[in-house]
Design a protein around this ligand. Structure first.
Ligand code: UGA
Length: 434
């Protein structure tokens, strides 16, 4: 199959590289000339484990190329994926679809022969209908079908998620398009990954429902964690105790500082807006968003409380700044709200992140340290914000030796109280009585 990915951001790039690895012929298109030039020189615009090697091997095999020129690529394609951004629209939280619609128009002008146009970007219910209308209006002679095929990739594990998916969802009604999509995913289909064929609107909603459910699951365990602290219970044991029930499932029950990233915050908000517009509010999700927003600042207050309520002029060190490990993504990271809360209270904040420093510099004004031990120097407290592997086996004695007071706030429950306390720290975890 000849595949074009319009948009070479996170989703477009990972999907394009993986499709090429399946043996398809893939062209990734992007308007940003410097990004395409960098990709043509083997430089990735994002940090994603394994992506550079996957891109390099498929480029040298001649199956993957990058261009700014959409027209010729689309004209030769069997399938064109729209994988451009859908940020939250300023002011109202609706998904901003202007990039999707602009891409649809450009694709329409270039289509030659039967072409399947697939929305891979996360788009609200009904967007496929609008894409279809735009293409028909722009090019009335075009022979095409519009399909929805949402992605379920986690940053940091995206290649694995793509190659070993729990399921592939395809919203399609046209039989020819269904045949093409079956061909596109044949390697996974042969591997027994379930292919869920459904209507286009249903497929669009599945994506939002999945992310909203996961965000709600995390928020549920975070509230239970708060309750554990009050009643003297242990949230990790609660997670295990309920997660072993197959109906609940153990995944996404890690209590922490609240969910962040480029997906859950944006998608939950967009779902709420869609539901309100259709007079069918999703109150569980509205509440999930409110609880999660509060939680991020509450984590900052928890650090202040751990230092006796006064942090003015004290140095507080943050281990990890990204919204989760194995990414350089800082979008909606809990670290942002935590830093703000601490600075508002007069603290001097220092931080270190293995991959997110460049992005963090653009989002927060703190002292950036060169490693975990530098973060600890003269700090009154250390806060583990992101569970990077390199923070899992720190030399606790070495950390403590340069701190002014040995307070350790572990917002990801990476450590166990006895081991940290044995080194003379006061240890605070999430969802466990102090
Ligand atoms: C999420 C979904 O997991 C993907 O399936 C989906 O495709 C993607 O959004 C998307 O819509 O593009 P991602 O945002 O990369 O992926 O990250 P997750 O691993 O889901 O983590 C999201 C947030 O939840 C992080 O801040 C993480 O720390 C937090 N989290 C996750 C918890 O606090 N506890 C958990 O148990 C799990």
């Amino acid at each position: 199959m000849r595949i074009v990915m319009v948009g070479s951001g996170y989703v477009g790039l990972v999907s394009g590289a993986c499709f090429a690895d399946f043996g398809h012929d893939v062209v990734c298109v992007d308007k940003a000339a410097e990004k395409i030039e960098a990709l043509n020189n083997g430089i990735m615009p994002i940090y994603e484990p394994g992506l550079d090697a996957l891109v390099a091997s498929n480029r040298s095999a001649g199956r993957l190329s990058f261009t700014t020129d959409l027209g010729p690529a689309v004209a030769a394609a069997d399938v064109v994926f729209i994988a451009v951004g859908t940020p939250s629209r300023r002011g109202d939280g609706h998904a901003d679809l202007s990039y999707v619609y602009a891409a649809a128009e450009e694709i329409a002008r270039a289509i030659k022969g039967f072409t399947v146009v697939v929305t891979k970007s996360t788009v609200p219910v009904g967007t496929g209908d609008e894409v279809e209308r735009i293409i028909r209006e722009t090019n009335p002679d075009a022979d095409f079908a519009v399909v929805s095929n949402p992605e379920f990739l986690r940053e940091g594990a995206a290649i694995d998620d793509f190659k070993r998916p729990d399921r592939i969802v395809v919203g399609v009604t046209d039989d020819r398009a269904r045949g093409v999509m079956t061909e596109v995913y044949r390697p996974l289909y042969l591997n027994q990954s379930p292919l869920v064929f459904t209507g286009r609107r249903t497929s669009e909603l599945i994506k939002y429902a999945a992310n909203a459910f996961l965000a709600m699951k995390i928020t549920f365990i975070n509230e239970i964690a708060d309750l554990c602290e009050r009643v003297g219970a242990d949230v990790q044991d609660v997670s295990r105790g309920i997660g072993l029930d197959g109906r609940i499932g153990a995944k996404f029950l890690h209590a922490g500082p609240g969910y962040g990233g480029s997906c859950f915050p944006k998608d939950t908000l967009a779902l709420v807006k869609t539901a309100q517009d259709h007079d069918s509010p999703v109150r569980l999700i509205e509440t999930t968003i409110a609880i999660n927003d509060n939680r991020k600042r509450a984590m900052g207050r928890r650090v202040i409380a751990a230092l006796g309520g006064d942090v003015r002029g004290k140095k507080i060190g943050l281990l990890g700044l990204t919204f989760k490990p194995n990414t350089d993504d800082m979008r909606d990271s809990p670290a942002i709200a935590i830093v703000q809360t601490l600075k508002d209270a007069g603290a001097v904040v220092s931080g270190y992140d293995p991959e997110g420093m460049d992005n963090a510099r653009q989002m927060m004004d703190i002292d950036f340290a060169s490693g975990p031990y530098q973060v600890a120097e003269r700090a009154a407290a250390l806060v583990l914000v992101t569970e990077w592997n390199e923070f899992r086996a720190l030399d606790l004695s070495r950390l403590k030796s340069t701190m002014v007071s040995p307070v350790f706030v572990d917002l990801r429950n990476v450590y166990r109280a006895p081991e940290v306390e044995a080194h003379g720290f006061t240890y605070h975890a999430v969802g466990k009585a102090d």
